[in-house]
Design a binder for this molecule. Structure first.
Ligand SMILES: Nc1nc2c(c(=O)[nH]1)N[C@H]1C(S)=C(S)[C@@H](COP(=O)(O)OP(=O)(O)OC[C@H]3O[C@@H](n4cnc5c(=O)[nH]c(N)nc54)[C@H](O)[C@@H]3O)O[C@H]1N2
Ligand SMILES: Nc1nc2c(c(=O)[nH]1)N[C@H]1C(S)=C(S)[C@@H](COP(=O)(O)OP(=O)(O)OC[C@H]3O[C@@H](n4cnc5c(=O)[nH]c(N)nc54)[C@H](O)[C@@H]3O)O[C@H]1N2
Ligand SMILES: [Mo]
Length: 670
């Protein structure tokens, strides 16, 4: 029976290698691929659920057009292409190409998948977004401090004597990492989790430290205070490799464990004890998640965390280091394209990069000269996943013409005039990298798409022809593999055939990152003091703490955290029946519940000045008072997105989205 190498292209750390069995043109089994040292145990439940997800019953199969009555009905491809050609050309004629917005989300990775801008350049340009919903504050903090985003190979975590899992819930978001945690624990290592929630990851830890949301920098500064006060720092390492230590030491003098307790709620004696472990146990790996960099103070927070490794000499060694994002295999991804994060300073000819992803709704509405008139959305669900759902929806509704390419009728697709069905991961060849392990992978075309489904590259190629545009830079149907092969050409030995055998380590990848202790920063050292941080982001050149913007008690008393969860990748998968997801709930502590007369299972209203959401309550004994949780990813079919409650607001660095800087109140629903 034919079995093929493939890989899961979702926006997830694990990016699992797969062995795929194909029978009579259908995918019949998905198994672990032994060629990937990071994911040898194979796909998670979501990965296995592809057997349901790619079947015709779970997805859109034809273009859908909205009629005068507002209802969708199927449309033939010829008519769909004619409609797009005439509407986009008419809008270009009247307002210029920049009246069209190109929006791409993170629904699928892929070199070929990322090529749609080629079409819009041929169109004469467009308007697009800068920043990112996911991780930019942490990426930028890392770049400023270490010079680059890379880290030790995933399996090196087994060598750590102390693992700090800080604001990361690997047990749900990077399940394969837990295997290496287990190996470290079996070898006598220790695990500490720092999270306002008691997560699945915390269940495996010897200690759960629960800071108030958005206060982690204060905790890190106090840990540094104790380390320095007690002489537990690595002086030779600091002298040789760290810039700005003396200034930093002075800055943390004021951060006593008592002051930290007042800000974070973490008992001073716990801070002292953790600092002593940090200073005496070696090696230490700090796995920093993305959750705590979704605040208005996050870039500075992430710099404060990095400083702990710098002053204890825990970088460039096996079992040590900063595990945030490993872009070693991301050789192709737009993640490395400065356009993505820093567009205001990087003009790109005809493409106008003027909309902040975090403020999408208000920026779309505010754009003038020309105002936005049309949108093309692919691989994204901005109405559900970007902050401030109501404003994003309003901005979409104000347009004349909207096209959404997706597998499902998402909250964004429901706003479209034309919805185009997208292919599954088994229906077009592409090459992907990852942001945790260092492998490059192929996901080959293994089956034909359903009759009326076309990959994006094909849609855009036909559309270009229909509009009479030059097709240079676009990929003609049938030419996909040749196009990919040409892109791989600059890496000797890397071919599609090699990738078909199994995952391939990225050229030049390092098992231990920064092992040569050469840091590509302006000074060549680890920069605790960063003039670039001050210049570019107008922050203090040293890492520091400032309260997250909404944290000061205002009209609403509870902080709403909206983390990711195991049965979804954001708005994907949750609706598949084989996952039996229980649906969204509002988790709150017993004190906050009792104060509002709320009992387990009650329907509650979660609200603030931006919106409201009705959810069943779940009492969670482990939650900090003042903190409530609702997972992100659910949409209208579950009563609405959590982003009905969030504000479109950027992080302090790199134009991320400050989702968790979000105060609400909760009451029993009438
Ligand atoms: N199953 C699953 N896996 C995924 C994803 C998914 O949706 N589902 N998404 C993928 C993507 S795109 C991403 S970005 C990653 C995210 O992976 P993670 O970083 O693990 O996920 P998050 O849920 O964003 O946040 C992690 C934790 O941060 C905590 N947190 C929130 N605020 C604070 C704070 O102020 N301080 C501290 N210390 N902790 C805080 C939350 O309680 C949460 O447990 O996961 C990837 N993997
Ligand atoms: N409140 C709150 N909001 C959040 C977060 C949070 O923690 N809290 N996390 C944020 C983070 S970390 C991220 S990364 C974003 C994710 O935000 P998005 O990237 O918008 O979200 P997804 O739901 O993963 O994917 C969007 C769509 O892509 C579609 N898709 C998948 N594959 C393909 C394909 O091959 N072609 C096309 N055309 N479409 C495809 C899926 O069906 C899905 O509808 O959400 C962010 N939103
Ligand atoms: Mo993300």
């Amino acid at each position: 029976m034919p079995v093929f190498t493939s890989a899961c292209p979702r926006n997830c750390y694990s990016t699992c290698s797969l062995r795929v069995t194909v029978k009579k043109g259908r995918i019949t089994a998905l198994d672990a691929h032994p060629g990937n040292r990071a994911t040898p145990e194979g796909p998670c439940l979501k990965g296995l659920s592809y057997l349901e997800r790619v079947e015709p019953g779970s997805r859109l199969l034809t273009p859908l057009v909205r009629g005068k009555d507002g209802a969708f009905s199927p449309l033939a491809w010829d008519a769909a292409l004619d409609l797009m050609a005439s509407r986009f050309l008419d809008i270009r004629e009247r307002f210029g190409p920049r009246a069209v917005m190109h929006y791409a989300g993170s629904g699928t990775k892929g070199l070929l998948n990322g090529n749609s801008m080629a079409f819009w350049r041929r169109f004469g340009g467009c308007t697009t977004t800068y920043g990112d919903l996911c991780w930019p504050a942490g990426l930028e903090a890392t770049r400023l401090t270490l010079g680059d985003n890379r880290h030790n190979a995933p399996w090196d975590l087994a060598n750590a004597a102390l693992i700090l899992m800080w604001g990361k819930n690997a047990a749900e978001t990077n399940v394969h990492q837990m295997r290496f945690v287990d190996q470290a624990l079996a070898a006598g290592g220790r695990l500490v989790v720092i999270d306002p929630r008691r997560t699945g990851t915390a269940e495996r830890a010897e200690l759960l430290v629960q800071p108030r949301p958005g206060t982690d920098a204060a905790l890190a500064l106090a840990l540094a205070h104790v380390l320095i006060r007690e002489g537990l720092v690595d002086r030779p390492f600091i002298d040789a490799h760290v810039l700005g230590f003396e200034d930093y030491a002075r800055a943390v003098e004021a951060w006593t464990p008592q002051r930290c307790e007042a800000v974070t709620g973490v008992p001073a004696r716990e801070v002292e004890a953790l600092a002593r472990d940090l200073g005496t146990v070696k090696p230490v790996t700090l796995c920093a998640g993305f959750g705590m960099q979704r605040y208005t103070n996050s870039g500075q927070t992430m710099r404060a965390l990095l400083a702990l490794l710098a002053i204890t000499g825990n970088l460039g060694r096996p079992g040590a280091g900063w595990v945030y994002a490993n872009l070693q295999s991301d050789v192709f991804s737009a993640v490395k394209d400065p356009l993505d994060f820093f567009p205001p300073e990087v003009p790109d000819g005809v493409v106008r990069v003027s909309l902040s992803t975090a403020r999408l709704g208000s920026d779309m509405a505010a754009q003038a000269d020309p105002p936005l008139r049309a949108a093309w959305v692919e691989r994204g669900n901005p109405v559900g996943q970007n902050p401030d759902t109501a404003r994003v929806r309003e901005a979409f509704r104000a347009l004349e013409f909207r096209v959404v390419v997706d597998e499902r009728l998402t909250d964004t697709a429901r706003e479209a005039d034309l919805v185009l069905p997208s292919k599954s991961l088994f229906e077009q060849t592409d090459v992907i990298g990852a942001y945790w392990h260092p492998y490059l992978q192929i996901r080959p075309k293994l089956v034909e798409p359903p009759e009326e489904v076309k990959p994006e590259s094909e849609i855009l190629w036909h559309l270009a022809r229909r509009m009479g545009l030059d097709t240079a830079g676009l990929v003609a149907p049938g030419a996909e593999e040749a196009w990919l092969e040409a892109k791989l050409g600059r890496f000797p030995g890397l071919t599609l055939d090699a990738l078909r055998e199994g995952p391939v380590l990225a050229p030049g990848c390092e098992e231990v990152a920064f092992a040569d202790l050469a840091f590509p920063t302006p000074s060549g050292r680890i920069e605790l003091r960063s003039e670039e941080a001050a210049r570019r982001w107008k922050v203090d050149p040293l890492p520091g703490y400032s309260a997250p913007l909404e944290s000061s008690p205002g009209a609403y008393p509870l902080t709403l955290l909206t983390p990711n969860h195991k049965n979804a990748i954001h708005s994907q998968f949750v609706t598949l029946s084989c996952l039996r997801d229980p649906g969204p709930r509002l988790h709150l502590g017993p004190g906050d519940a009792a104060a509002r007369g709320i009992r387990q299972g009650d329907r509650v209203r979660v609200f603030n000045g931006r919106g409201e959401l009705f959810l069943p309550a779940n009492l969670d004994l482990s939650l900090l008072p003042g903190v409530v949780v609702a997972h992100n990813g659910y949409g209208a079919e579950h009563g609405g997105s959590v982003n009905l409650l969030s504000l479109g607001r950027e992080t302090d660095m790199a134009h991320g989205a400050a989702f968790h800087d979000n105060l609400v109140d909760v009451e029993k629903a009438p």
